[in-house]
Design a protein around this ligand. Structure first.
Ligand SMILES: C[C@@](CO)(OP(=O)(O)O)[C@H](O)COP(=O)(O)OP(=O)(O)OC[C@H]1O[C@@H](n2ccc(N)nc2=O)[C@H](O)[C@@H]1O
Ligand SMILES: Nc1ncnc2c1ncn2[C@@H]1O[C@H](COP(=O)(O)OP(=O)(O)O)[C@@H](O)[C@H]1O
Length: 279
């Protein structure tokens, strides 16, 4: 059995700058990996069967993104091999932390290696994008400035940081938020370099906060805390986070989260833990 982790991401800012003809939104965002992860274990099979042994409640096995990723890789390479998958979920679902996307990317990276089918990183990036806009970043493997729908990636160096992430008790549908009439779709594009991750905002915050008061309240609470360098929603929510330059500053806020709210603390990573597994 081989075990790999699938880290969560935060969007330090997310600007919606336009729309493609197919309705997908053009974004500018900064992705940062954090040390808060799902775990995926793989046991190889020779009979070609792909089986997820512990499907998530409410997500049928064939719809799970790690199963879909395994099937896609099998089809793309024509391999006759199969795999048993065991998924240990920690990342909240529908939280804007990219958990499902990260599970899919870890599956592509792990099976590309374990099945010895050896597709290039470029090829895996394309396969990942077929499953979701958020998947390429996890294959890219470095914190990045992203454009297009998230597939045009430029690696970016970020300073050490710690995060307090609040997890409001709601799941937000990404499709629903991008369809909202309250969404601003014409933020002025920023140019790189240079730009500051601390001057951005998340255009999806307003429609999410209007529909989900739990998200608005969690964000308001974070904005009242001291020593934060960023307070924002991640992706299409529901999670909101505050960034701190020191662990002690994050810890001080984490210890005072009200009983009515839930959350966790995480450290910002420089690289995806599987970054070296593909060239
Ligand atoms: C908003 C972001 C920011 O990182 O993250 P999450 O909040 O989902 O983590 C992503 O762009 C989400 O990526 P992902 O979750 O993979 O979305 P997808 O499955 O590709 O798309 C779900 C639906 O959202 C809408 N969508 C998604 C991405 C985009 N740039 N424009 C869109 O309009 C489309 O209606 C699409 O059918
Ligand atoms: N392995 C998986 N983990 C989480 N969600 C998954 C997975 N496979 C499919 N999904 C579906 O994807 C949806 C979005 O999941 P997730 O990636 O956790 O949220 P977000 O896109 O907000 O970051 C879930 O509500 C679920 O229906």
């Amino acid at each position: 059995m081989f075990t790999f982790s699938a880290p969560a991401k935060l969007n330090l800012f997310l600007h919606v700058i336009g729309r493609r003809e197919d309705g997908y939104h053009l974004l500018q965002t900064v992705f940062r990996f954090i040390d808060y992860s799902d775990q995926l274990s793989f046991r190889l099979r020779t009979d070609g069967i792909i089986k997820l042994h512990n499907p998530i409640a409410g997500v049928p096995e064939e719809k799970d993104l790690c199963v879909r990723a395994a099937i896609l890789l099998k089809q793309a390479t024509g391999t006759q091999q199969g795999v048993d998958i065991f998924l240990q979920k920690q990342i909240p679902m529908g939280g804007g932390l990219g958990g499902g996307s990260s599970d899919a990317a870890t599956t592509l990276l792990a099976l590309n290696y374990l099945w010895k089918v050896n597709l290039s990183k470029q090829h895996l990036l394309k396969l990942g994008l077929q499953l979701g806009a958020d998947i390429p970043i996890f294959i890219f493997g470095e914190n990045a400035f992203a454009e297009g729908i998230g597939e045009k990636l430029t690696s970016i160096k970020l300073p050490p940081a710690w995060y307090v992430v609040l997890v409001p008790p709601v799941q937000v549908s990404t499709a629903e938020i991008f369809a909202s009439k309250d969404l601003t779709r014409n933020t002025i594009p920023i140019k790189i370099p240079p730009f500051s991750v601390w001057q951005g905002h998340n255009d999806l915050e307003l429609p999410v906060c209007r529909s989900y008061s739990e998200v608005a309240q969690s964000l308001e609470w974070l904005k009242r805390q001291e020593n934060t360098t960023i307070t924002a929603m991640s992706g299409s929510g529901a999670c909101v986070f505050a960034e701190f330059a020191s662990e002690a500053a994050a810890q001080a806020v984490f210890e005072h989260i009200p009983d009515s709210m839930a959350g966790f603390m995480a450290r910002g990573l420089d690289y995806h833990p599987m970054q070296q597994i593909v060239k």
